[in-house]
Ligand binder design. Structure first.
Ligand code: KIV
Ligand code: NA
Length: 251
């Protein structure tokens, strides 16, 4: 089967085909998820928490992102490989362009950054450079310190309006899709119907065009914290402990 492009992901919305997306941070995981038929894989800056042991995503550096993008890209997935622009790497148009190019040189095929209207110029410059761009609205983890936690967005009218306006900004700037994180189901549905590009939800209800999860949450490999909206499909951590203990006893 042919390589999946940002255009193909966009076309899935028109066909009404649900988009399954997951995070991947290294070679084996990228290869396993690609072999499972996931069309969009994200080297997310959630890397900071589930792989590097940081408390939030603001500590992840560009060098760390490049290192993991290179590892994931070595799997040569059929999936579209998207990478997160890390915290403070896209404050100006020049920074955004340089950072996006670095991730592409490391092997990414598209980039994602958090924000709407506030980063519209950056998004336009990235898209004009030929780099496919995935938006990210709702709860923005790179702002967790200012916001004092991971709070649901869209409950108040002002938030609903800014979400819809930010989505419009991203469409006009040329984004091929939008991740919606922790947005109320009603507003996520309304926003999804208001844009021509796919929405990919995380903790934002069932009305998005697709869903994305942190793979470690889905397979129970980060058992010390599980987001409320995830039902793990596997007890990865328990199975690993049991396998290791079995082996130890067998010696
Ligand atoms: O970093 C990440 O994993 C993400 C997804 C959860 C959307 O941004
Ligand atoms: Na992220």
């Amino acid at each position: 089967a042919d390589k999946i492009t940002a255009k193909d992901i966009r076309a899935m919305k028109q066909r009404g085909e649900k988009i399954a997306a997951l995070t991947a941070y290294d070679f084996p995981m990228t290869r396993l998820l690609d072999e499972s038929g996931i069309p969009l894989l994200l080297v997310g800056d959630s890397l900071g928490m589930v792989v590097l042991g940081y408390s939030d995503t603001t500590l992840v550096t560009m060098e760390e992102m490049e290192h993991h993008v290179r590892a994931a890209a070595r799997a040569k997935p059929r999936a579209l490989l998207v990478a997160d622009l890390p915290f403070k790497s896209y404050e100006t148009v020049e920074d955004a362009l340089q950072s996006a190019r670095r991730l592409m040189l490391a092997g990414a095929e598209a980039v994602k950054a958090e924000g709407g209207h506030s980063i519209e110029k950056q998004v336009r410059a990235i898209v004009a450079d030929g780099i496919p761009f995935l938006g990210h609205l709702g709860m923005l983890p790179q702002h967790v310190r200012e916001e004092g936690g991971y709070h649901i967005k869209g409950k108040i009218e002002a938030e609903r309006q800014s979400l819809l306006a930010d989505a419009q900004s991203l469409v006009e700037a040329g984004a091929f899709g939008i991740v919606l994180e922790l947005v109320t189901k009603t507003v996520a549905g309304e926003l999804t119907r208001s844009v021509p590009i796919p929405t990919i939800g995380i903790g934002s209800g069932s009305e998005c065009d697709g869903q994305i999860l942190v793979t470690h949450d889905l397979v129970g490999m980060f058992p010390w914290f599980t987001p409320r909206f995830v039902t793990p499909r596997m007890n990865g951590a328990e199975q690993m402990r049991a396998a290791v203990q079995d082996w130890k006893k067998s010696l």
